[in-house]
Design a binder for this molecule. Structure first.
Ligand SMILES: *[C@@H]1O[C@H](CO)[C@@H](O)[C@H](O)[C@H]1NC(C)=O
Ligand SMILES: *[C@@H]1O[C@H](CO)[C@@H](O)[C@H](O)[C@H]1NC(C)=O
Length: 146
């Protein structure tokens, strides 16, 4: 089990033998700045296209008290949700009753009191976040499905 002490370092890495390696960045930023940081240092904010990816990501955050930005945000004009890297949005892990504020809450955060399900939230709040980069070769550190 990964502990809270472990996550208190600024940055650590986990991955699974899939397509994405997730990086938990334990620095508080608003969604826009988190996206910028992920695009500079990695590939983008976390995109989650399957239950396997969501489970891999959960290993890194369960047991922590943080709420973590992921790369999902709303195109308000078209009333659709899009991943920051424009991957296919078909997998969903919304908390019960979410998304519940189509006007003000245009970004998505893992909400820890509800076992890190997705919750819509306004972009200006400062929270840690999760980036990803493509997983190449056998570079897994933590493999859930090897
Ligand atoms: C998106 O993913 C779903 C489920 O896997 C699939 O049915 C659909 O065809 C995909 N859409 C695109 C545009 O790839
Ligand atoms: C996000 O944070 C940056 C840096 O503190 C700030 O310049 C920017 O205005 C913030 N953006 C929003 C939308 O709050």
């Amino acid at each position: 089990m990964l502990t809270r002490a472990f996550i208190s370092t600024a940055l650590w890495t986990l991955s699974f033998c899939g397509t994405r390696q997730f990086h938990v960045v334990n620095v508080n930023k608003n969604w826009t700045d988190a996206q910028k940081y992920c695009r500079e240092k990695f590939t983008d904010l976390a995109t989650i296209e399957s239950k396997e990816e969501m489970n891999a990501l959960l290993v890194g955050v369960i047991g922590t008290e943080g709420l973590f930005w992921i790369g999902l945000s709303q195109n308000v004009e078209q009333n659709i949700w899009i991943w920051s890297d424009v991957s296919n949005f078909s997998y969903r892990y919304w908390n019960t009753g979410e998304p519940n504020n189509p006007v003000g809450d245009v970004c998505v955060i893992l909400w820890n009191p509800s076992t890190y399900r997705w919750n819509d939230l306004s972009f200006y709040y400062l929270h840690p976040f999760i980036c990803y980069k493509p997983l190449g070769g056998n570079s897994c550190l933590l493999c859930l499905h090897c």
